[in-house]
Each structure stands twice: as structure tokens, then as C-alpha cells.
Design a protein. Structure first.
Length: 406
């Protein structure tokens, strides 16, 4: 049998009331707690970022293409659906989906109140599957083949202000056509949690905006493009830019909402610092625990040296002890970390204030590759630092160690 492993097991299998057993439990607990915190922290980070992006991309595209203009109002100049980009976008490998829309400012009026709004006109190519997560009541717009649909989707914030519910009617007055009001019906209510959209954006039929603006069926306000890999949006934007006509401009969501994405990037940087501190504490604890174990077993070390054991053999005894603590700590840490994430994911145990966090509960997103990497990183780093305290053994003299008193 492996001599260092046998002695290590004998040390760890001492009575539960012994000092060695207590120190071993502390070592296992520190590894388990550190891994648990890291798994939960990454689950919350990825969940939060994914939830924010889902809410944002449910209502705005990755890339927006519109007519080049110095006009900063909500009014848009028309672009044609006969452009090469629109007709051949399926041949562009980076594009996952392209849809058209147009925006127009107006006033939404009920019997009791009125509110300034911006209508986003959409067509049958709108990706309702992406928008489904934002819908909280009602149903999507039902488009008509013969005319424009009178259905609209309003945010919960607007519905509360104007006391509107699904099936209620409201009249919209467009700013450049106040003499041409339209009576519309609320078919659904959405909520993104992003105030910039929820406070004044309603969604209606693109055909209505085309008719009010005097556009033809082939004229739209902009193209909304979703790319296949959002992490490569800059490269995709360059490819799309090369296919635009000279009078078109491209705008990335990362530029339009630069503050939001800078904030998400700051979360990543803070997380790196946070996890570095956790790993540092876990490593420091393991070094301290092994030093304490070796101090308690100093007479044993001296005896083994007197009997002819090499320094490396004795060091391996405590390294085996450290490996065992790491292994147990990883098991408990994964059970606690993954278990907590799954409970929060399914039962929403921890609530949040939507006004401050854009969501009602702490979001969790499980990334199994990251969990695997966390385990590997913990094992690698802790094993690396375990070799440091065992160097103390080489300086212990057998005569002094045998007579050492605790």
C-alpha cells in the first residue's frame, strides 16, 4: 500500500473530537464555501446579463439601418425594401434575422387622460418569439391582409397611467397629422423593465404609419438586424456596412446604449476582483491548515525521519491530506452552489425591486462549462499552493521534533 496515503488516511480518520479532525473540517468547509460562492456569483452574473439583454433585444435590434440624416427627432426618412441588403440579407452569414419597422410620435388619448407616445410600426416579419418574454397580458398584433391592423401593444407603465386594459380603445393623434386621428384597440400589454422604452413606446402596425406618412408598401423607416453571435457584433457590423447604400447609416446597440453596456462590462471587472479575493482566501486557509496539521504532527515527522523516511515521503503525507480536503470540498461546494442556483431558478426565492434592477427576482443562468472551469481552477490553484507549506518539513530536525511539545 502507498505509505504516504496510508498515513494520511490514518490522520484524517482520527476521532472527530481531535484537533486534526476539526482543522480538516475547516479546510473542507473553506473550499466548499469558496466554490459555492463562485458558482452562485457566476450564475447570478450570467443570469443578470442575459436577462438585461433579453429585455433590451426584445424591443430593439442588435443593429439598426436607417436613412442617413442629421434629424434627431422620431420622424424617419423612408428607405426602400428593394435595397440589396434587404433583398439578399439571407446570403449574409452573420445575419440571423432582419425585420422592418418605422417610428412616429403622437398623443394617445383616452376619455380621462392623454399621454405623449412613440408608435413603433412593425410588420409580419417581426420576431414575436423574441418579444414573447416581455408580454404579460393579451396577445400579439393580428395583422390584416386588406388593411392595417388597429391592434396596439402598450407597456404596463402606459396602461397604468391611462387606465387601459386588454380590449380597451384609445385614440392616437400623430403630431404631423393631427387632423387624422385613429381609433386603436389594446390587444396586449408588455413590460421590459427598461424605463426608456416602457414610459412612451407603443407597438402598432407599420401599415398605419405608412398610410399616415404617405409612403408606399415598399417604404419603411429602418431595418432591424439581429446577428448570430452578439459577441462579434463589431465584425458583423463591418460586413453589413460594406453592403449599405451611400445614403444609409448603421447604428449598433452597443453605441446607442453605451452606458448600459459599460455598466455590464464593469460588472465583469468587479466579478474578476471578487473571485480573485475568494480564491486568495481559500488558498491562504489551506496553507494555514496544513501548517497547523504539520505543527501538531511534528513528533511524528521527527520519528519518520529518524526511521529513514525521506522529506518527499513525509511531504506527500500532508499533500494527500490536502488533496482529500480539496476533493470533499469540491463535492460539497458543487452540491450547495448548483443546488442553490437550481432552487432560485425554479422557485424565485429571492425577490428584487424592478424599479432598480429591471427584474422582479434574482436571475440565474447555469453555464456548465464555467462551473467545470471553476472546479479545475480551484483544484489547480489550491494544489499549487499546497506545496508551499510542506517545504517546512525539510527544515525539521529529527532530534528536536521527537522532543517537541505542543
Amino acid at each position: 500500500m502507498n505509505f504516504p496515503q496510508f498515513i494520511s488516511q490514518r490522520i484524517q480518520n482520527t476521532k472527530s473530537t481531535s484537533f486534526s479532525a476539526t482543522v480538516t473540517k475547516i479546510g473542507v468547509g473553506s473550499i466548499a464555501l469558496g466554490l459555492t460562492v463562485m458558482i452562485v456569483a457566476f450564475g447570478v452574473l450570467f443570469g443578470f446579463k442575459d436577462a438585461i439583454r433579453q429585455k433590451l433585444f426584445s424591443i430593439t435590434p442588435h443593429i439598426k439601418v436607417a436613412k442617413f440624416s442629421a434629424n434627431e427627432s422620431f420622424e424617419e426618412y423612408p428607405i426602400t425594401k428593394h435595397a440589396d441588403l434587404y433583398r439578399h440579407y439571407k446570403n449574409v452569414q452573420d445575419i440571423a434575422h432582419l425585420q422592418v419597422s418605422a417610428h412616429k410620435a403622437g398623443i394617445l388619448k383616452t376619455k380621462e387622460d392623454m399621454l405623449g407616445v412613440v408608435m413603433k410600426g412593425i410588420s409580419t416579419d417581426f420576431d414575436f418569439a423574441r418579444f414573447e418574454s416581455a408580454m404579460i397580458d393579451g396577445k400579439p398584433i393580428q395583422f390584416s391582409d386588406s388593411s392595417y391592423s388597429k391592434d396596439i401593444l402598450v407597456s404596463k407603465l402606459i396602461a397604468d397611467k391611462l387606465e387601459l386594459g386588454v380590449g380597451d380603445n384609445a385614440i392616437i393623434y400623430f403630431l404631423n397629422a393631427p387632423d387624422r386621428p385613429r381609433k386603436l384597440t389594446v390587444s396586449g400589454i408588455y413590460e421590459t423593465g427598461l424605463e426608456e422604452f416602457d414610459k412612451n413606446l407603443i407597438i402598432g402596425d407599420l401599415g398605419l404609419i405608412q398610410r399616415i406618412n404617405g409612403w408606399g408598401a415598399d417604404s419603411v423607416g429602418n431595418y432591424e438586424i439581429y446577428v448570430k453571435d452578439f459577441t462579434k457584433i463589431d465584425a458583423s457590423a463591418k460586413i453589413i456596412q460594406d453592403k449599405l447604400q451611400p445614403d444609409m447609416k448603421l447604428e449598433k446597440v452597443t453605441d446607442k446604449f453605451m452606458g448600459l453596456f459599460d455598466w455590464l462590462g464593469m460588472l465583469d471587472r468587479n466579478m474578476v476582483i471578487f473571485l480573485t479575493l475568494i480564491l486568495f482566501v481559500a488558498c491562504f486557509n489551506m496553507i494555514s491548515i496544513l501548517l497547523v496539521l504539520m505543527m501538531e504532527r511534528t513528533p511524528m515527522i521527527g520519528l519518520f525521519k529518524a526511521l529513514g523516511s525521506s522529506n518527499w515521503q513525509i511531504r506527500k503525507i500532508f499533500l494527500w491530506s490536502g488533496f482529500t480536503m480539496i476533493f470533499k470540498g469540491l463535492i460539497y461546494g458543487n452540491i450547495l452552489g448548483i443546488g442553490f442556483c437550481l432552487l432560485q431558478q425554479h422557485f424565485k426565492l429571492i425577490p428584487l425591486d424592478p424599479a432598480n434592477y429591471y427584474m422582479s427576482t434574482v436571475p440565474i443562468m447555469m453555464n456548465w462549462w464555467v462551473i467545470l472551469l471553476l472546479n479545475i481552477a480551484t483544484i489547480s490553484l489550491v494544489i499549487l499552493v499546497l506545496t508551499i507549506p510542506t517545504f517546512v518539513i525539510t527544515r525539521i530536525q529529527p532530534v528536536k521534533a521527537i522532543t517537541f511539545k505542543k
